[in-house]
Design a binder for this molecule. Structure first.
Ligand code: SAH
Ligand code: AVI
Length: 341
């Protein structure tokens, strides 16, 4: 039951302004950088979906398998009938696993990528015809107001994919706090967090053999050309991904392979050969770090699940400080999860 066709048209002008501002400021800054959220136009979302099926990109298949095996326990801990609010829902491919287990009262997918948001909501509504669905085409870093019918329902936030890792720690804490405020007291949050691991697993995941991640990164330049009257010579840039050990993150950049000059929205830019535009951070967390992050953001972890190789974690948290008699649910046999209590 797809409800709530929102005022998408009214937002187009605001998105254009924000995109122009972020790109012009980011290209003028040193080091140059553009926020990763601008990857996600229609093509960017399609390329991301292709990334999720790559053999090198362990993230999606690991999280899906964790979610499938933990779904019943998650439903026991959350109870049935909450409204599920999904942040950065994208193609919502893992969502049906959670919807089937938790049997929510409503589903609110939130994404800035409008085509994928509406197409995915349509697909979910076909599989769950009685479920009220309220897609929100908004930036989740901005203050969030839940749709009226959901506002008085207990909520379960769902933030999969380790999209939290695309924010720097202070921004991630701000986002977690604003989620807690929007979802309300007694809400819960199920969040996917990618773990720190060897660079020989991480780097291929962000620089795959087929070049899909490179196309995803370079698509940002195509989007700038299409939407901001840009003249960026895309063939003058190459995709670069590396592990920044001191910041525990994979960084993606677009590196000029020759000296280039171009215009964006009437402004001129020049880049020397070897100069880069920093386009994405993908922060990786240790289990203890993820707990501290959640607590700083106003959430108390009550359970976690991780795969046997410690690649990825799903964490269930409740809003606010820990209740006095917390019984922490822990997947048995994981040495690293000892700190989580
Ligand atoms: N949840 C999916 C998709 C992850 S890709 C999964 O786990 O596979 C990240 C998604 O977040 C994209 O669909 C992107 O459009 C969305 N996104 C990124 N920044 C956003 C923001 N600031 N507000 C809303 N959506 C955002
Ligand atoms: C959406 N986000 C969590 C992805 C990640 O792994 O950081 C985006 C991505 N970038 C390159 N590959 C995938």
């Amino acid at each position: 039951m797809l409800l709530y066709k929102n005022e998408a048209e009214l937002r187009i002008a605001a998105v254009d302004t924000a995109f122009r501002r972020d790109v012009l400021n980011g290209l003028a800054a040193r080091p140059r950088s553009i926020p990763a959220r601008w990857f996600y136009n229609r093509t960017g979302s399609e390329l991301f979906e292709a990334i999720t099926t790559l053999p090198e990109y362990y993230v999606t298949r690991t999280e899906r398998s964790l979610l499938s095996s933990a779904a019943c326990e998650i439903a026991e801990l959350t109870g049935r009938g909450r409204a599920i609010i999904e942040f950065g829902s994208g193609c919502s491919t893992k969502t049906p696993i959670l919807l089937s287990a938790v049997r929510p009262a409503a589903y609110v997918p939130i994404d800035v990528s409008k085509e994928i948001l509406w197409a995915s909501a349509e697909r979910i509504s076909q599989s769950f015809p009685d479920l009220p669905i309220y897609p929100l085409e908004v930036d989740f870093t901005q203050p969030l107001r839940l749709p009226g019918p959901v506002a008085s329902t207990p909520t379960l936030g769902f933030f999969p994919g380790s999209t939290i890792g695309n924010l720097l720690v202070p921004q991630a804490v701000d986002l977690l706090r604003s989620m807690a405020a929007a979802l309300g007291s007694d809400s819960m949050l199920l969040i996917g967090v990618d773990q720190v691991k060897d660079a020989d697993i991480l780097l291929p995941a962000y620089n795959d053999a087929q070049g899909v991640t490179a196309a995803f990164n370079l698509n940002l330049l195509r989007r700038i050309n299409a939407e901001l009257e840009g003249s960026v010579p895309v063939d003058a840039f190459r995709h670069v991904a590396y592990w920044n050990d001191s910041e525990a993150r994979v960084e993606m950049h677009l590196e000029a392979v020759r000296t280039v000059q171009f215009e964006v929205a009437g402004r001129r830019f020049a880049m020397a050969k070897g100069e880069t535009i920093h386009t994405e951070n993908s922060l990786k967390y240790g289990p203890q770090d993820a707990r501290v992050l959640l607590q700083a953001g106003g959430w108390s972890p009550i359970a976690d699940w991780s795969d046997q190789h410690g690649l990825f974690s799903l964490i269930l948290a409740i809003e606010g400080p820990p209740p006095t008699a917390t019984c922490f649910h822990r997947q048995p046999g994981l040495p690293w999860s000892k700190g989580m209590q």
